[in-house]
Structure formats: C-alpha cells, structure tokens
Design a binder for this molecule. Sequence first.
Ligand SMILES: Nc1nc2c(ncn2[C@@H]2O[C@H](COP(=O)(O)OP(=O)(O)OP(=O)(O)O)[C@@H](O)[C@H]2O)c(=O)[nH]1
Ligand SMILES: [Mg+2]
Length: 362
Amino acid sequence: MGRFHPHPPGSFPHRPSRRGAPPRVVPPHPPTGAGRPRPSDQPPPAQGGRPPQGSRPPQGTSPTQGTSPTQGAAPTQGGRPAQGGGPARDARAPQGAPPHGGGHSHDTGQAPHRHGDGPGAGRSSVEGGRAELAGMDLSGYDSASERVEVMERILGENERAAAANRAAFDAAGAAVVNLMSAPGAGKTTLLVETLRRLAAHRRIGIIEGDIETSIDADRLTGFGASIALINTGDGFGGECHLDAPMVASALPRLPLAELDLVIVENVGNLVCPAEFTVGEHRRAMVYAVTEGEEKPLKYPVMFRSTDLVLVNKTDLLPHLDFDLAAFRRNLEMVRPGVEVLEISARTGTGVDAWCEWLGRPA
Ligand SMILES: Nc1nc2c(ncn2[C@@H]2O[C@H](COP(=O)(O)OP(=O)(O)OP(=O)(O)O)[C@@H](O)[C@H]2O)c(=O)[nH]1
Ligand SMILES: [Mg+2]
C-alpha cells in the first residue's frame, strides 16, 4: 500500500455545486490563476473581453482582456481562438447572408473583389465559403502580428511555468505523463487499472483535473497513490484543460520527492489540453472506439502532440461499425509513426502494455 496517502478513501467531498458544500479537504487555489495576464498588465478590456462582432478591437487592446487567456486565444486551431466566440458572424457569413456586400478589399493584401459574381458563382455554399475564407484573418485581432503577440505572451507565460514544473519533477526524479482525451474516453478507468497493477511497485502520484467534482479523484483513492485534485471551476475560470500554473498549484499537495511517477489526468476535452504543456515528459491520449474513425482529421491537435494513442473500449468493437484500420490510416496522416496500443480498460486487455510504456524512460 501507499507510503503517503493524504486523502483517505471518500475524503474528496463530491461537490456538484459549491453552495452548501462540506468543508474543503483540498487546499483552495489562489483567487486568480497564477501566470495569467492581470488587468494591471494590460489596457482596459474591449466589450466582454472580446471584440464586438463585426468590428475590430481598438488598437493595442487584447481580445483576451477580462477573460482567461486560455479561452479565446488558443493558437493552434487553425489560427482561431479555441473558445469564446469571436467574430462568428463574419466567419459564418459566406454560408449565409454576407454581412458586407459588393466590391471591397480585406486586410490581407488581396486586390479588391466582389462576392457572388465571380468565376466561383454557383458553387455550393460550403465550397464558396472555403474559397471566400481562404487567406482571410477572421480572428478579430487588429492584425496578424497583434494576434501572434498576444498568443506568444499567453503561451510564453505557460511555458515558463511548465519549465519550472519540469525542473521540480526532474529534481524529484519523477517521470511525468500528461494523460488526455475527450470526455469519457476512459482515462480514470484506465488509471484505476494502472494503480491496481503498479501502485505496489512504484510510488505514484496522480494530479486529477476536472472542471467540477471530486468524483474521479475519489475513484482513484485507496490504491496507494497520492492524489491531488484540481477543479478548474475553483478559481481557474472553469477552464476546459489544465495549464502549467494550475499544475504548479497542486505540487505542494504531492510528496514529490517520494514519487517515481506522476500521471496528470487532464480535463476531458479533445482539443484544449493539447495546447498547454504542464511540464510533462511525455504525453499519452486515450481514444475510445465509440468516437468514430474521423476524429484525427477533424481534431488533429491532440493527435499531433501525443507520444502514444491508447485506443480504448475495444471490447465494444463487436457491437460497433468502428473501422479500426480506417482510424489508424487517419491517425497516420496527422501523426505519422505514433505508437498505438489497443486496449480495454474494462476487460484489462492491453493495460499491461500501457504499464510497460509507463516504465520506459522518457
Ligand atoms: N465498455 C467499456 N467501457 C469503458 C471502458 N473504459 C471506460 N469505460 C466506461 O466509459 C465511461 C467513462 O469512463 P471514464 O474512465 O470515467 O472516462 P474519463 O476519460 O475518465 O472521463 P472524464 O474524466 O469525464 O473525461 C465509464 O462508464 C466507464 O465505465 C472500456 O474499455 N470499455
Ligand atoms: Mg476521468
């Protein structure tokens, strides 16, 4: 059993809402996210922290002001903010009624042109929309360089915090794996099976990330691992992912110097967790066969960033029309050569191979 077990089984109070919640077991987070741009660092926000639809933010302001920097400013989604809306009316317009008509030039260096009467007239709305959007910057930023500047600042802050986390992990001699997936792909189920196999031999810490509740932290309690829960709904703006400052806030709640392995169960989300390193040495993602074959093509960010894809719930394959070969082909297109393990966290198939992977040097 574990050498250090700060939370007895069931001691994470389930907190579907904070109102009327029992006393906290987990120390509270800082009131504002460490490493986030503070209002004092920046000019005042545009409306609601986002540029008003159909207009550009005032020169020198950041569309992320007044909001968490991670909402609305993720850089790897085709150059568009991950969340937060943005000038959606502009973006959708080519598939419906254009918000602007007639000849005009965009700020892309393109020559003035007209919509709807060129050689592409008569195409489907999807094709026409793609052609019209090609090369345009619809991000809501005043210029591409401003967008790059804001994103670099946000990611730069995260990178600095991640480097500090990594230094702490290295100093402790703990290998760290960031485990990511869409909601419900089977991360916690897999971790339960992992702890059943490894906790007696390895000193393991789990950083459990969820927006709300201690449900998963409770499921992982009692196997001899040290658990530190991060609810992003508690002081981190309810973010859909963990970032490095959040993980830094959890480190004092782990006996880091005593641990060999730390697994970070990220918040369930197929996109955003991949955009923020938390100081990990390696990344793994769980992908359930119930999610379909095409997701590597539609949501490539996480697939591109991971070192291992665990194809989970294979016990369900006889009941599904999931085409494993097609999924592997799609995966290969976005992440050539990535290691894949076919597993079932339910039956235990492939879990030993995953445990072997965890034991390899980073
Ligand atoms: N059939 C089958 N069900 C599974 C398997 N792995 C997980 N599940 C089920 O899938 C559901 C979600 O599993 P979780 O382990 O909670 O998934 P998760 O990725 O931790 O979910 P979030 O933390 O909410 O993102 C549960 O009902 C599990 O019992 C599997 O290999 N086969
Ligand atoms: Mg979970």
